[in-house]
Design a protein. Structure first.
Length: 128
């Protein structure tokens, strides 16, 4: 049985994290994941097609369909039933943002009873 090599790869570009991808001045996707996409396509000898999404949840909603072939998302065990993750290509350090006069000036200050932190189910829920 022969397998035809595709002429293109469709990359889902999550615009919900501007550190990794955004729309450039020309209106086309730009950023780290776009550069990685170009390099992968070049290495495999195919063209890169970009499918922009406003948030990671929208990328996941289209998983398994005919919309994209490769996506760049945070590893999320809840998504492993339908997606396969590679080793991470980047590590992003996250932290908390507090006001100057907040009693919480370090992560240790937050690790105590009666401290409430508003967090979604996954890091992606805070971005839509």
């Amino acid at each position: 049985m022969s397998h035809n090599k595709p002429s293109r790869l469709r990359f889902a570009i999550n615009l919900g994290n501007a550190v990794l991808a955004h729309l450039g001045e020309t209106g086309k996707p730009a950023g780290i994941t776009v550069e990685l996409s170009h390099r992968l396509a070049t290495r495999w000898g195919v063209s890169a097609e970009f499918v922009p999404y406003p948030a990671a949840g929208k990328v996941v909603a289209d998983a398994g369909g005919e919309h994209w072939d490769i996506a760049f998302l945070a590893i999320d065990p809840a998504r492993e039933a339908t997606l396969r993750f590679t080793s991470p290509y980047i590590t992003i350090q996250g932290t908390a943002l507090v006001s100057v006069d907040s009693p919480c000036q370090s992560v240790a200050d937050m690790d105590r009873p009666a401290t409430t932190i508003n967090v979604g189910q996954t890091p992606h829920t805070i971005y839509g």
